[in-house]
Design a binder for this molecule. Structure first.
Ligand SMILES: [Zn+2]
Length: 459
């Protein structure tokens, strides 16, 4: 007997095709076998009818830092650079085991919120094990820093190669690939960027860079002044002012290409965006994080023409330190509302386009060819969102319901590769809703870890 499962709901949203009212998705051996209008009586052993709910592709969170889950709510209401410095300071307090627990909690939150793939930047490597444990797909980018010359370029790359090899080995048997993330123009020196570009190219590695995120970063690049320049001066790090925009600067260093994922893109000109498009680079839009840190609103229409079939842009929450959740429904809502507010146009971003960014767009920018939509033959990565709660009733259109009213906590089922990874019907308590993972030990260690971090605030 084949492992055929039929999931039925009032709406099926394939993303690449119009919504199906009263539809069902047939899953066979981890793949989508059929997407069709509901028919016949469901077999109680293999079928499940979710009623007032939407079945949609698993969400792709194209930019996260699962490692930092324990820092949620710890560093609030600071200016961007002060916020980063505070984060770095607190990061030194965690042990390897603490990072592991932190990333595991993040992976659990992602899966419970309907996320099935991520683009994650990790300084410690902990997020790979966490993502693998919970079945997540996507790309894990090993972060690399080096604005000063404490370590030679060769030494940094040697170390990076070792970390990358360890991650690659650990990724065996998972849906994850490994890339590198030279953090940002203010944390990686030009010579290191150039060497990393060559090295990544030789090894065919995907690259992720935080780019054009803050005003402080732009000041450093254009004029060599501001808090970032001041910090370099205090640390006796020499800085040759490039007098270029962030995108032009990175391109000049040879690190922008078809394998490059640029995160944020708040401070960009039309010229920058054309340049990135010519290089076939992709973007991740993180509206909530950009807003919370006071960095601004990215000009989405410039970054990427959304009407193009192969729009190279995805949506990401960024870490929970700047968000403070991995809720992709809220991220879609912010994306739409902020674009409309900034451009004073209702058509600046539609609910339908936001869903596309959060699913197919994310899959495209991470190079995941067989996810992102409910289509026959693709992997059975999907989630089910209930629409029968007070805040979601009534509903007339699935796009509107998902983008303007839904929350991550409305997800009732997350399936990855045809396997149920989260099921709200399993247990009333969140920690027991993961059929393949035991969250109880993670929850048990939380009070101690948070107490340690809380105590550090006075330091
Ligand atoms: Zn980030």
């Amino acid at each position: 007997m084949s492992d055929c499962v039929v999931l039925r709901a009032n709406w099926v949203l394939p993303v690449t095709h119009p919504p199906i009212a009263h539809g069902e998705v047939v899953v066979e051996e981890g793949r989508i076998a059929e997407v069709r209008p509901a028919r016949g009586v469901l077999d109680a052993r293999t079928g499940r009818d979710f009623g007032a709910a939407v079945i949609l592709p698993g969400l792709v969170n194209a930019h996260t830092h699962l490692d930092y889950t324990l820092f949620r709510g710890l560093v609030e209401d600071r200016e961007f650079f002060a916020w980063i410095r505070e984060l770095v300071k607190r990061s030194r307090l965690l042990s390897e085991e603490d990072w592991r627990i932190s990333a595991m909690l993040g992976a659990a939150e992602a899966v419970a919120g309907g996320i099935t793939a991520i683009g994650d930047c990790t300084p410690t490597g902990a997020s790979l094990e966490a993502a693998k444990t919970f079945g997540l797909g996507g790309v894990i980018y090993q972060e690399v820093f080096g604005i000063g010359e404490e370590q030679s370029v060769e030494e940094t790359i040697r170390e990076l190669a070792q970390k990358g090899a360890a991650l690659k080995k650990e990724s065996t048997g998972s849906r994850l690939t490994v890339g590198i993330s030279p953090h940002a123009p203010y944390t990686v020196r030009p010579a290191l960027f150039q060497a990393l570009a060559r090295w990544a190219n030789q090894n065919q590695l995907p690259i992720c860079i935080h780019a054009a995120e803050s005003r402080e970063e732009l000041e450093l690049l254009l004029e060599g002044r501001g808090v970032m320049a001041q910090s370099l001066k205090e640390r006796c790090i020499s800085w040759h002012i490039p007098r270029q925009s962030v995108v032009a600067y990175l391109d000049h260093l040879g690190i922008i290409g078809a394998q490059t994922l640029l995160v944020h893109g708040v401070n960009v000109s039309a010229k920058d965006c054309v340049l990135a498009q010519q290089r076939r680079a992709a973007w991740v839009h993180c509206p909530k994080s950009n807003a919370k840190l006071g960095n601004g609103v990215a000009p989405l229409a410039l970054l990427c023409p959304l009407h193009e079939a192969e729009a190279r842009i995805g949506l990401g929450t960024d870490s929970v330190v700047s968000n403070n959740t991995l809720d992709m429904f809220e991220e879609m809502r912010f994306a739409v509302l902020l674009q409309r507010a900034a451009r004073r146009r209702v058509d600046a971003l539609t609910a339908k386009q936001a869903i596309s960014l959060a699913t197919l767009g994310g899959a495209q920018v991470l190079g995941l060819k067989d996810v992102g939509s409910l289509e026959v033959g693709k992997r059975a990565d999907l989630c089910v969102v209930r629409l029968d709660r007070l805040h979601a009733m009534p509903n007339y259109d699935p796009y509107s319901a998902l983008v303007y009213t839904a929350h991550a906590s409305d997800v009732v089922l997350t399936m990855i590769d045809g396997r149920v990874r989260y099921d709200a019907a399993l247990h009333a308590e969140m920690k027991y809703r993961f059929p393949e993972n035991d969250l109880a030990p993670l929850f048990a260690s939380l009070p101690h870890l948070t107490a340690c971090l809380q105590a550090s605030l006075g330091a």
